[in-house]
Design a protein around this ligand. Structure first.
Ligand code: PLP
Length: 232
């Protein structure tokens, strides 16, 4: 094993240990919390190594970059999650090549993903992205508009509406992070059919798990600091 592979193995191990220990501290079962390795900008061989260390689910933000890696890694049974902003001309490939999409924030995109989901594949797992801090710069449906979108998306047969995703604005401390994530969870709990809360990244994973996260999306803590992005 190369030194780089050892480092990656240790980072995955530490991240899993952190999830277990945070879950324990907040009266949660670590088995309820899935680790999604966010692999944007990482080369395919990094994902291959991570897979060999037991990491099954990977999150990608940029479609073309993801499709290239999927081709290179087609011998591995990876669970692919799309987590980036979605332009409507990208929905066909997203719907055909991913198991999960976390970043649906409008009906038009949901309808296209539904229509374009290939026959023979199970329904596409969907999280609706909530713009929980009302940031103008950020994608996501406003909290006050979520219920309408939930009803509309729930009616689409080839989508399986699983839950909510959010990327809060940076906060100064744990309590503020927790309070924000808690607002996302409170919305989710009004929707009994939902079982998924996609919140928490490398820097705010603890507050997210304390607030009820079921999928943490972790990049930096697993792969190290990212180079500037090269794909769009
Ligand atoms: C990049 C990214 C992450 C991972 O962020 P880290 O801070 O590297 O853990 C999680 N979610 C989304 C939507 C991202 O774009």
């Amino acid at each position: 094993m190369t030194a780089a592979e050892e480092k990656l193995r240790d980072r995955i191990r530490h991240t899993r240990q952190a999830i277990t220990s945070i879950a324990c501290a907040h009266n949660r079962q670590d088995t309820e919390i899935q680790l999604l390795a966010v692999s944007k900008t990482q080369a395919a061989d990094q994902l291959r190594s991570a897979f060999n260390f037991g990491q099954i689910a990977f999150g990608e933000n940029y479609l073309q970059e993801a499709l290239d890696k999927q081709q290179e890694l087609s011998d591995l049974d990876i669970e692919w999650h799309f987590i980036g902003p979605i332009q409507s001309n990208k929905t066909r490939d997203i719907s055909a090549h991913f198991s999960w999409v976390h970043s649906v924030d409008r009906l038009k995109i949901a309808k296209r993903l539904n229509e374009q989901r290939p026959a023979g594949l199970p329904p596409l797992n969907i999280c609706l992205q909530v713009n929980i801090d009302h940031e103008t710069s950020k994608s996501g449906v406003a909290p006050e508009d979520i219920m309408k979108l939930v009803d509309e998306v729930a009616a689409l047969p080839k989508l399986n509406l699983r839950g909510l995703m959010a990327i809060p604005a940076p906060k100064a401390c744990f309590d503020e992070e927790f309070e924000t994530f808690k607002r996302v969870r409170d919305i989710m709990q009004k929707i009994p059919t939902m079982d998924t809360l996609s919140i928490g990244m490398s820097a705010d994973m603890e507050a997210a798990i304390a607030a009820g996260s079921t999928i943490v999306r972790v990049g930096t803590a697993i792969f190290g600091k990212r180079e500037a992005k090269t794909h769009r």
